[in-house]
Design a protein around this ligand. Sequence first.
Ligand code: C2O
Ligand code: CU
Length: 435
Amino acid sequence: DTAGEPGDAAGEPGAATAPGRLRSVAGLVADPDRAADVTVELVARRQQVRLASGRTIEGYTLNGSTPGPLMEVRQGQLLEVHLRNENVGDGVTLHWHGVDVPNAEDGVAGVTQDAVPAGAEHTYRFVADQAGTYWYHSHQVSHEQVLRGLLGPLVVHPRSRRDPAGTTDVVALAHLYSGTATLNGREGDVPVAAAAGGTVRVRLINTDNGPLRAWAAAPYRVLALDGTDVHGPTPVRDEAVTVTAGGRVDLEVTVPDDGSAVRLQVGGDTALVIGPAGTTAPAAPEPDRELDLLDYGSPAPLGFDPDRADRDFRYEIGRRPGFLDGRPGLWWTVNGHVYPDMPMFVVHEGDVVRVRIENHSGDVHPMHLHGHHAVVLSRDGRRATGSPWWFDSLNVNDGESFEVAFVADNPGVWMDHCHNLQHATEGLVTHLMYD
Ligand code: C2O
Ligand code: CU
């Protein structure tokens, strides 16, 4: 049967698709006869990479650089990526972090495909159904390959893009290479040319293992979280926003009329200096307060009723001594179990799923669910009252608990793991399965 135009019901042009709305996954599966709208050739290579600092690291590149090229498509377009592994001995894959692709395109070595060995190729094809900011990265030996650069940004523009005149759109991918903080591979202050009085959308992507704080010297708005528009974003002053490891935050800053620039600090070491060429920006002292996403923006329909859940899961993260692959150590646990004896979360297509996440492990975990977006219902018992806080990557601090919900609308076997990729190798990996 035919699926029609994927995800067009979201309303006004430019609106992101509401993730919780039941959608036809068939619309995401690219018709084999359909020609791709955007085709990208990517060559993965293991090589020495020279950082802007002059330091050389043993790393990975895509088409000769890290981060890899910015991929841009329009909502509803069919993206086709030809990946060739030139010389990466462990093999490589590409995972589309935050994009709810059909399961076979998810790029998880050992789950949805085999790693692509050196000398071989693999083609990914999917319809980009949700406008927003995403990234892609290898999902083979990821703690090593992602850390050393096998990654890049992906932007899905709204179906009909009508940026107001004077709006600039920039991507800022924050990554630590060998302990060196970079934005798009550059250290320190990165200039962004923008006209006085203009507005700038900054797509912050945190590809590190830990959370990142961002703040501007001037009021800013949070336009989107993990690829989903915030409803009714209001100006934020003297507060920093946390970008979860693996997560994305789209910010809007306005360039002052007086010809100066705005400094958008991304962590302690890197900043975007946004303004007319050659202008300087006043310092942006680090705020000690945090923007609380629980009550930011204004409420909007979720597209489903989380109080009528078909499944109720508990996901308690802990830590205890045990053996993993025969190695003794202190390992992460879910509901008391050590990998590979982890709980599987089994759902049926169409289920409304509620999950209570609790962290008693002594560390922070950026939990990432593949193939789905979930919404935060409450944190530490306090109900969310702002814009629906949709996420695919959620920063869960030690001692915190969250209630989240999602619609199981994308059949397959999906990883649900900590995006501190070191923690994932230490066993913090579970799966969501459809029966
Ligand atoms: Cu960004 Cu399973 O990963
Ligand atoms: Cu973790």
